[in-house]
Design a binder for this molecule. Structure first.
Ligand code: CP
Length: 334
């Protein structure tokens, strides 16, 4: 990769060239990892490094895919998932806690409920004599940059025989106001030509004004609607999301709306384009019926797998092993 992403904090860091490079690298890593020799090669590339996974918000996929990505590159991992098990319980600040990690580990991957915490830590570590890369694995209601990378990777693979991601129509459905995956992906899609984004939600959960301003600034077409049935046949990809009700308490309570109107049921498969895809960052509740899973257009389990490869590529790039991996790929005629 030409541009080194030292800290990975938000999607504004990524341009089109970076997206192309990291997706190409992820494809090659996927090929290399198909053989024992390839896996052994990958595991030798960063086996002198250690990573801390500091996840103080719940996670299944992001935690495990980063864990697996580190394992694939030979990186040894440690984790803090419950701050009650660290000295934060004795009153140590989160900033001091993470600074302590930087003295033992070469990489900090963090999920945190505060919107700008990863950015703040990256800034703080830059001022120390031992800065290490920070990867934002989900920050508050704001950003989830590596989810957006895996979503772009999934779109790219899904549309590789249809001219790629550009000129596609993509609908976001559900709790868009508090969905950090939607916010990050909507911003990143402005890197592609002639996109049209649809935001399908009740007024209470519609996409934020800041994202709309970003789209307008970047000349990306969009439509705001609450008509799910109308949008399904129009789009190339439909990105479902769950109600993010873990934020209800801090927002002063639950808003009672009929979220079932924004769910993808078996009957919607007949409305979706034959080459359209259904995405979801997961976890899901009822917003996609389980009987949809078997349809080839259901891309959400592929997203999960893609997340591991794109995170291997990201970490390899951060530690400048991308060129070596490409050389291995070429020299082994893969
Ligand atoms: N998509 C995603 O972030 O899933 P987890 O919350 O399980 O990590």
């Amino acid at each position: 990769m030409k541009e080194r992403v030292f800290h990975c904090i938000n999607v504004e860091q990524f341009d089109y060239a970076f997206l192309e490079e990291i997706c190409d690298l992820a494809d090659k890593i996927r090929e290399i990892s198909r053989t024992k020799a390839g896996m052994e090669y990958l595991a030798s590339t960063l086996n002198h490094k250690r990573a801390m996974l500091y996840f103080v918000q719940p996670s299944t996929r992001t935690f495990l895919s980063f864990y697996s990505a580190c394992q694939m590159l030979g990186i040894k991992c440690a984790e803090v998932r419950d701050p009650k098990t660290s000295s934060e319980i004795k009153g140590e600040s989160e900033e001091d806690t993470v600074r302590t990690f930087s003295l033992y580990f070469d990489l900090i991957i963090m999920r945190h409920p505060r919107a700008n915490f990863a950015e703040k830590i990256a800034y703080l570590l830059n001022k120390t004599d031992h800065p290490v890369p920070v990867i934002n694995a989900g920050s508050g209601k704001d950003q989830h940059p590596t989810q957006a990378l895996l979503d772009i990777y999934t779109l790219r693979r899904s549309f590789m025989h249809r001219g790629g991601v550009a000129q596609k129509k993509i609908a976001f459905v559900g709790d868009l106001r508090r969905g950090r995956t939607v916010r990050s992906l909507a911003k990143l899609l402005t890197q592609f030509e002639e996109m049209k984004l649809y935001f399908v939600a009740p007024a209470e959960y519609q996409i934020g004004e800041d994202i709309i301003a970003f789209l307008e600034q970047n000349k990306t077409e969009y439509e705001i609607t609450d008509d799910f049935e109308k949008v399904v046949p129009e789009v190339d990809a439909i990105y479902m999301t769950r109600l993010q009700d873990e934020w209800d308490q801090e927002e002063g309570g639950h808003v009672d709306i009929d979220i079932e109107r924004y769910s993808f049921q078996r009957r919607h498969l007949d409305l979706l384009k034959p080459d359209g895809i259904i995405m979801h960052p997961l976890p899901r509740r009822t917003e996609i019926a389980a009987e949809v899973d078997g349809d080839p257009r259901a891309a959400y389990w592929r997203q999960v797998r893609n997340g591991m490869y794109i995170r291997v590529a990201l970490i390899a790039g951060i530690f400048q092993r991308d060129r070596k991996i490409l050389e291995y790929y070429l020299s082994n005629n893969l």
